[in-house]
Design a protein around this ligand. Sequence first.
Ligand code: F1P
Length: 594
Amino acid sequence: MSGSEWTCRLSSMHEWESPYYEPSLPVSEKSNPLTRDIDRASSGCIVRMLQACDSQMFLEEAGATYQRLMSDGVVETLMEVAKKVELILKDPRDSLVVLSGCGTSGRLAFLVTSAFNRALKELNQSPVYSYIIAGGDKALFSSQEAPEDDPKLGMLSLKEACEGKKRVLFIGISCGLSAPFVAGQLDLCLQNPQVYTPVLVGFNPTHQARDEPIPGCSFTFRSVVQRMEGLAKSQKAFLINPAVGPEAISGSSRMKGGSATKILLEVVLSAAHAAAFTHTPITQQGILQHMRAYEKTLEIPCAHNEGMSALLEAAGKSLQRGRRVCYLGWGSLGVLGLVDASECVPTFGADYEDVRGFISGGYNELKNNEGPLGPDFRISHEDFLHLVLPSLDDHDMVLLIYTQTDDVSDVEKLARRVREKTSNLHAVYHRVDGDTAATDDINKLCLSSLRITWPSPASGLLQMQWELCTKLFLNALSTGAHVLKGKIYQNHMMDLQVTNSKLYCRATRLLQKLSGCPESKCEEALLKAVYKVDNLTVEITSSDISTHTHTARTRTKVVPLALVCLLTGCSLAEAELRLEQQPIVRDAVEACLS
Ligand code: F1P
């Protein structure tokens, strides 16, 4: 890289921190200068852009506007929270650690509680962790965004989870410090300090927490955060809110927000477990060491750039042709596959069948609160064999996701079955140096294999690193494939679902940015697209946001439609026709803009 290129890259690494950069937006909603042109980039370039965004998670604090993952204040709070968890682990009677969130944040709460309850089981200890996800277990694999706006539902689900408990450490996760569901839970904790100690995890500074009124409540997210700040001084509440930089696709907090959530929660719980069960004191150094192991993990995908961009290209081709991408995973990496695939629906307006994940053992492996979720949520490899495999051919891409600790003979068996229908079979495989698992035959069956070799022996930490690496990898694959399909305009998802208040506000803002029209006009255009009318009635304009977002659940392409109307002044019917003629949203928008 030349000197000037480097300076340029460095300045865009930090540009978002300037007080003048998109000043009205919180960090989690800003657009990332690094990915401004991602919609026009090659697959190799997309991979590098996404990696550069991820690396912002570990930027140094020196001279920075915001605190970081490894800032002293953040590390101190992680230590304090770990000590609270340690106390519960040492005396778990009538106690619980609850992790709760909406969407991706709830999915990570599930993943992390599962892993640490498993670790407790291996030590013959009873489980102390419990997860809550807004919308219940079906939200693990589908978007249930309306419950995210419901603070009462949040409170009730927390009360229910903690029935009969005398001591609860509640960890609420909201990447944007914004979800009313979590605000309601934090408020409940603040009202009942004799039982609950609240911890908030998110990725905006506290003054950027959402301050919109929540219908039926006297508090906003920001007012709850301010009350917590007051209590933080006496360690009665904890705030863990470093900045990790804007998402590669604006507002897509499933990416860095999700990864940083996983890192923070695992660092805290690992430190607590080590303190409670191996007499390892909780120290700043220990916390930093664990963080650095994750920072190193980020380098792994970089070492596999070529393989990754080939996979991204293959997935993009399948999606462009209207064909499928299937992830077949084992163990917790299988869960990450399920999660990444299901997030494509709300994130990219993808069809449920476009990207699907399946896990070996299905619900038996998952052990979720509600057990099997019925015919709409089929997730096992058997389901894949019966429902999906028969219709596959070479245009559909299948990706095996496994590690040396999985049953490789099972992987091989499934690979053979897949090969009978499609040669478009690929693998991502984690192993440690010197591994002797017999995977050569699997590799021969695959068109490409990303074999990731790790230096240390298999351990709890290594499993978490495999997971993070797989998450980064799958997020890049599904995001990149949808970019190649033309779903992204600059670095904005145009065709977002407007199914909760956060997304409604994001959609209005996006229309303002792209059309240059005033907010009121953009909101009008959005509502016309949501209600499919050219003239708004008083009934529509006097309804609240929850009515709008409820109606929007069954609508498609509302934001692109509204934008075409705003840019051309045409009717909705004409806008629909334009989008039908030009189904690649990015191209349709560009045609209007030119
Ligand atoms: C929760 C969330 C995101 C999802 C979408 C809607 O956000 O469900 O996970 O991708 O943006 O909101 P947050 O509360 O963690 O900020």
